[in-house]
Design a protein around this ligand. Structure first.
Ligand SMILES: Nc1ncnc2c1ncn2[C@@H]1O[C@H](COP(=O)(O)OP(=O)(O)OP(=O)(O)O)[C@@H](O)[C@H]1O
Length: 309
């Protein structure tokens, strides 16, 4: 049984449709990631699920529980990462955790949480003295203080340096090892690819696609990007591009000066034919590369938008 199921969620703010129609379900123990461009509706979706924003329509079910009938039970089974600005600056790390623990009937021992978020050595530090990464780790610690089964992390790594981001990934992996379920939003493709069991790409308040990172990439891996640069100038590249477009395996091309990019479903055959053509014409090829598709390519293919980091 899914730990969370949302169906046909909708939310508008005046004339702005933040969430047009979103449905998905999350299985126990999964890291489920929502990615999408700015203003796609990710935060609004999470806020509705977390009970912070009332949907205009749709259903949200946590197993057999829903907000209308079981709000107290839901609050103890979910953990929400507060904005780092909501931390108490004049309390220490440990005091923040102890304070949040008092909000719940049951909590995880503070020492345990400090260990999970690798802040044991900093437990007596005031929040205002922490680095950005440490504050984010504390915010995640607060989300797990009630030992929830389902944890919501809204862009936990935005603005952090690569090492600080990796420290957060470690926490997410530790939660997964404990069998917890995490719902994550992120701006970082690499993160979605590394951590997620399933990724849902949202654009303009709707799900564009939802699958495992491997399956999403797989859908496009039939297509490879071949790049080649010709030593005989732009006209050679134009002629080569025209010939490439005659091949059925070549899906599309792009050219800039003497550099040519083409996307093909059969890279070997395409290269074989192209080399035949360039040899016949006496064109010399300076550089050639074949690129694997990444989750970022999937995102661009599905949303038509460049990824923002
Ligand atoms: N409280 C609000 N009042 C008015 N408009 C809002 C409100 N919250 C969100 N919106 C609008 O709804 C749309 C979706 O916003 P949302 O924050 O959910 O997107 P997002 O995918 O989380 O974006 P980001 O990646 O920038 O955080 C945006 O156009 C946003 O301006």
């Amino acid at each position: 049984m899914p730990v969370l199921e949302v169906r046909n969620l909708k939310k508008s703010y005046g004339p702005v449709t933040a969430v047009a129609d979103i449905s998905f379900s999350v299985e126990p123990g999964e890291v489920f990631t929502i990615i999408g461009p700015n203003g796609a509706g990710k935060t609004t979706t999470l806020e509705m699920i977390e009970g912070l924003v009332t949907p205009d329509g749709g259903q949200i079910e946590f197993g057999a529980l829903n907000w209308a009938r079981n709000s107290e039970q839901i609050k103890v089974t979910i953990g929400v990462q507060p904005q780092s600005s909501a931390l108490f600056d004049l309390l220490t790390v440990e005091e923040n955790l102890d304070l949040f623990a008092t909000f719940y009937p049951k909590s995880r021992p503070t020492a345990d949480v400090l260990d999970m978020i690798s802040l044991t050595d900093q437990r007596n530090k005031y929040v205002k003295k922490l680095s950005g990464g440490q504050k984010q780790r504390l915010a995640i610690g607060l989300a797990m203080i009630n030992d929830p089964e389902l944890i919501f992390l809204d862009e936990p790594t935005t603005g952090l340096d690569p090492q600080a981001r990796r420290n957060i990934w470690d926490i997410i992996l530790k939660l997964k090892a404990l069998g917890k379920t995490t719902i994550l939003t992120t701006h970082y493709m690499e993160e979605a690819e590394k951590l997620s069991d399933r990724v849902c790409i949202v654009d303009q308040g709707k799900i564009v696609t939802l699958d495992t990172p491997a399956a999403l990439i797989d859908r496009l891996t039939k297509e490879r990007e071949v790049r080649l640069t010709l030593m005989d100038g732009e006209s050679a590249a134009i002629e080569t591009e025209k010939t490439a477009l005659l091949q059925t395996a070549v899906v599309r091309t792009a050219r800039e000066g003497d550099s040519l990019r083409l996307w093909t479903t059969q890279p070997e055959e395409t290269l074989y034919e192209l080399f035949g053509f360039t040899k016949d014409r006496g064109f010399r090829v300076e550089q050639i590369s074949i690129r694997e598709m990444s989750l970022e390519d999937v995102f661009i293919a599905f949303t038509g938008k460049e990824w923002r980091d």
